[in-house]
Each structure stands twice: as structure tokens, then as C-alpha cells.
Design a protein around this ligand. Sequence first.
Ligand code: AMP
Ligand code: ZN
Length: 115
Amino acid sequence: MADDCIFCKIIAKDMPSKIVYEDDKVMAIEDINPAAPVHILIIPKKHIPSLDALNEDDLNIMGHIQLVASRLARELKIAENGYRLVNNCKEWGGQTVFHIHYHLLGGRPFAWPPG
Ligand code: AMP
Ligand code: ZN
């Protein structure tokens, strides 16, 4: 739990959110400003500021996030057409909330490279 971190507050349920999945390691919520018909944030309960701050102790959590993303995509019926799983790392990567998270985006096609 980090002071003044909105995702730590959401995980502690001190701040409301639309929770779509939760277990001992992660929480998945609906993004407040969706960029696609399906836009879920998968957030580890541990406060890790960004991908740049990752270390060996976090491997289990990071693998778990991938599995949760894959399962949620199937449940939300976006797996057949395909989807995008995105991490924005620090300022030039477009990160705005400095508690690591992955965006699960689906329900429409995405171009590559992104704009
Ligand atoms: P990033 O730019 O990768 O750090 O993504 C942060 C995401 O968090 C953005 O897509 C925001 O719309 C989303 N967001 C910010 N505050 C909240 C909140 N209180 N509940 C749900 N999503 C949020
Ligand atoms: Zn946090």
C-alpha cells in the first residue's frame, strides 16, 4: 500500500470501482475512461510503480496477470477475434497511474503500430 496511489486505494476498497475479477494476487476493474468496448485494467495487489521497477520476486505475479488476462478475455467473449494487452511504462510510454497495470482491450480491431 502506497500513500496517494489510487490503485492501492481501489484494491483496499477505500475507493469505488467496478470489479470484474479478484483473487489473492490481482484485481481486475473496468477502466473509468474506456478506449474500447471492453477495457479492463488488471492490477497486482502489490504496489509496483512500473515495469521499470520489476524484480525477480515479481515473476509469479506477472505470470499470473497473463493467465488472468487470457481467462478474462474468454469470459468476456473477446478471445475469438483477439484482443490487446498493454502496459504503459513511465512518462514516454504514456503511464499516468504509477502502480503497474495492464490494459485488456477488445471488442474492436486495433492497428499496429499504435498511433
Ligand atoms: P496508464 O495511462 O497506462 O497509467 O493507465 C491508467 C488508466 O487508469 C487510464 O486508462 C484511466 O482511464 C484509468 N483510471 C484512472 N483512474 C481510474 C479509476 N478511479 N477507476 C478506473 N480506472 C481509472
Ligand atoms: Zn499502488
